[in-house]
Design a protein around this ligand. Structure first.
Ligand code: ADP
Ligand code: MG
Length: 238
């Protein structure tokens, strides 16, 4: 049994089905990349796992519990988006602690959690700065820090690096990989960038038109693409 399980998950917007019955089984601690062209349903799938979008059909469970009817905050997940969505008037420390504050945690209890996450993400020297005083990469690390402080059982990433320039993207990839090793939590990472998916993930799930074309290790997909779509998308020689 997986830590995150999708069984026959469907999604309809205004009578049009965009996710056509997805089955997926993700182990605890696994790093899974969801890849596919723009509009194939990656964000919709991720948002259903997060609870930001209702499931039209099927079932999603996390840690053995069906979460279909649970609000995002009751799912023990944290999401990192491409827009950093940091509060400009708050310091780095306040941004990182914001969700903890919302859940009623005192400043004193927040501090060790923020300090620990800051150490992990190399943000200790920046805790008193405001977002305007940070580089793009630093802002993205703060966004990740805000997820880390909550110690979620699942990290959900939706194209977190797509606003960064190519050089920084490669650097941040390595940081995300390192962060995953340190926290050891399940990660589901959405991207349209097949190279990003192949370098980051234990397993890559290729989505096309709202259904899974193929899933497997990066090597398996590269060497044995199931069809011409996967071969073309992954860029394998076949
Ligand atoms: P991706 O993240 O892979 O680019 P999305 O999940 O955003 O794709 O979109 C999948 C499909 O669902 C697209 O056809 C998109 O237009 C449609 N869609 C996404 N969100 C909505 C919405 N809120 N209302 C109507 N259609 C939507
Ligand atoms: Mg998207």
């Amino acid at each position: 049994m997986g830590w995150v399980e999708l069984n026959g998950v469907r999604k309809t917007f205004g009578g049009v089905e965009v996710i056509h019955g997805v089955d997926l089984d993700i182990a605890e601690g696994e790093f899974v990349a969801l890849v596919g062209p723009s509009g194939c349903g990656k964000s919709t799938l991720l948002r259903m796992i997060a609870g930001l979008e209702e499931v039209t059909g099927g079932e999603i469970s996390i840690g053995g519990e069906v979460v279909n009817d649970l609000s995002p905050r009751d799912r023990n997940i944290a999401m990192v988006f491409q827009s950093y969505a940091l509060y400009p008037h708050m310091t780095v420390a306040e941004n990182m602690g914001f969700n903890l504050k919302l859940s009623g945690m005192s400043k004193a209890s927040q501090k060790p959690l923020i300090d620990e996450a800051a150490r992990m993400l190399d943000l200790t020297a920046l805790l008193d700065r405001r977002p305007a005083q940070l580089s793009g990469g630093q802002r993205q690390r703060v966004a990740m820090g805000r997820a880390v402080v909550r110690d979620p059982s699942v990290f959900l990433f939706d194209e977190p690096l797509s606003n960064l320039d190519a050089k920084l993207r490669v650097q941040m990839r390595a940081e995300i990989k390192m962060l995953h090793k340190k926290v050891g939590r399940t990660a589901i990472y959405v991207t349209h960038d097949q190279i990003e998916a192949m370098t980051l993930a234990d397993r890559v799930v290729v989505l096309n038109g709202g259904k899974i074309e193929q899933e497997g290790s990066p090597m398996e997909l590269y060497l044995r693409p199931a069809n011409t779509f996967v071969a073309g998308f992954i860029g394998s020689p076949a």
